[in-house]
Ligand binder design. Structure first.
Ligand code: SF4
Ligand code: SF4
Length: 433
């Protein structure tokens, strides 16, 4: 009998009762246990655990194992299998570098010298050729296409036509296909939402930067007009046709507007139809947050985020804050995953778009699958770092964002918020389950 290294034990002291909780970050099992069982785990009382009546459930939840097991080795093996996957072709396509917004923090700055900003017919044809060639070589079972930009809806005609052609290739080869989109929402109309849904778009992510007052200071049009009202109107009219997720950007400049924002969102009729999550704005070029910027370091954000979700729940917003074991933290460090710029340049990570230092090739130069799958992103592994190997939240964090690690001063993984707020996150989930 062996106790999992990824168990967490919590004792909650509420005014009228004590609750003993157990959680496992590998299986994500979570539940209340009685005091004697809690103590047996804390004291590693193997005799008690061996004979307790809950033994079967504890085994199922991977809190306990009958046979000795090397969990870390197994996870590393899973990591290798998932990172080298050859079942799914994962494409992120930027149809344009252009945007109708002029947000202060946007990576567009990096792309200002990139020449023609929307993709040409030639690049579109080369994307199709690459897809056909790679299906032929690797026999994928699924294609995922993420559409982002710039603002992808500026190129609505081109993207819908390209979607049709990619769908045709997928159908011809009997491969499943799913599209996702990240948009600022300004050009989304119900007709466009319907069309995108028809073409297989499963979800559109739209970003809002807090209340109208804070959003309109930052997410402005070229003529400096605010965009909040139009985005809300578009979400309201389009959310019955397509699933919309609202990413709420949070930083030190707009945190004080979050209450007002949530009260506003809580009054919207669409609040049950859309899901909302909070995300810290990050300076990726600096390997996370730097001290002179307005973004939150992950550690500070770990405390703020629980309060935001508490408040969102009070206002009846549709949220979820329960992490999951992801064998590989993101697609940038996995095989057969690529980001295609409008000029045909290929990146591995969404956040290096426009940055020539991170280019790994060009779609039009006989870019090979070998090139895609052998580069520094494919070398990055949390299992190479001692701090991750002994970390209790490795299953949830997966070594964090590789791009942040590359850019950090220490060239080390940058811990995600769960490293700092696991207890609070579990308490939050227990109290609101
Ligand atoms: S490396 Fe980091 S920034 Fe790039 S896609 Fe992955 S998580 Fe996002
Ligand atoms: S980056 Fe930090 S939180 Fe993530 S696995 Fe490594 S040590 Fe743990």
């Amino acid at each position: 009998m062996q106790i999992s290294s990824y168990n967490e034990y919590l004792l909650l002291n509420d005014s009228d009762k004590e609750s003993y909780l157990i959680y496992n970050s590998l299986s994500n099992g979570f539940g209340e246990i009685h005091k004697d069982l809690y103590n047996a785990f804390i004291q590693k009382d193997m005799d008690y655990l061996e004979h307790c009546t809950e033994k079967e459930q504890l085994l199922q939840g991977q809190f306990l194992y009958v046979q000795p097991i090397k969990e870390l080795d197994q996870m590393e093996e899973q990591f290798k299998i998932f990172r080298n996957q050859d079942q799914t072709l994962n494409l992120t396509i930027l149809p344009t570098f252009s945007c109708n917004f002029r947000c202060s923090y946007c990576f567009e700055n990096l792309t200002s010298k990139s020449g023609k900003r929307a993709f040409s017919q030639k690049i579109q044809n080369e994307i199709l050729t690459y897809i056909e060639k790679s299906i032929e070589e690797l026999h994928f079972k699924r294609i995922i296409v993420n559409w982002t930009g710039g603002e992808p809806l500026l190129e609505f005609k081109n993207i819908t036509s390209l979607m049709e052609r990619i769908n045709f290739i997928a159908n011809k080869n009997k491969i499943s296909i799913d599209h996702f989109m990240v948009s600022n929402g300004y050009l989304l109309t119900p007709d466009r939402a319907k069309k995108l849904k028809e073409l297989g778009v499963k979800r559109i992510q739209i970003t809002i930067d807090g209340s109208k007052k804070s959003h309109d200071q930052r997410r402005i049009l070229a003529n400096k007009e605010g965009t909040f009202d139009k985005i809300i109107e578009n979400i309201n009219k389009s959310c019955e046709f397509i699933h919309i997720t609202i990413r709420t950007n949070v930083d030190l400049d707009n945190i004080h507007f979050m209450n007002e924002y949530m009260e506003y969102m809580g009054r919207q009729l669409f609040k049950e139809k859309v899901s909302i999550y909070f995300s810290a704005t990050t300076e990726y070029s600096a390997g996370g947050c730097v001290s002179n910027s307005s973004c939150y370091a992950n550690k500070d954000f770990s405390k703020v985020i629980i309060k935001l979700y508490e408040s969102a729940l009070e206002k009846g917003l549709n949220i979820s804050y329960y992490p999951q074991y992801e064998p590989v933290a993101c697609a940038a460090i996995a095989a057969n995953s690529m980001v295609i710029q409008p000029d045909g340049g290929i990146q591995k990570c969404w956040n290096t778009v426009g940055n020539k230092n991170y280019l790994i090739g060009h779609i039009s130069e006989n870019f090979s699958i070998e090139q895609l799958n052998s580069n520094k992103w494919m070398d990055y592994s949390p299992y190479k770092f001692e701090k991750c190997r002994v970390c209790n939240v490795l299953p949830l964090c997966g070594g964090g964002c590789a791009q942040q690690a590359f850019e950090s001063e220490e060239k080390q993984p940058v811990c995600r918020e769960f490293k700092y707020n696991l207890e609070e996150m579990l308490t939050f989930n227990f109290r609101h389950q």
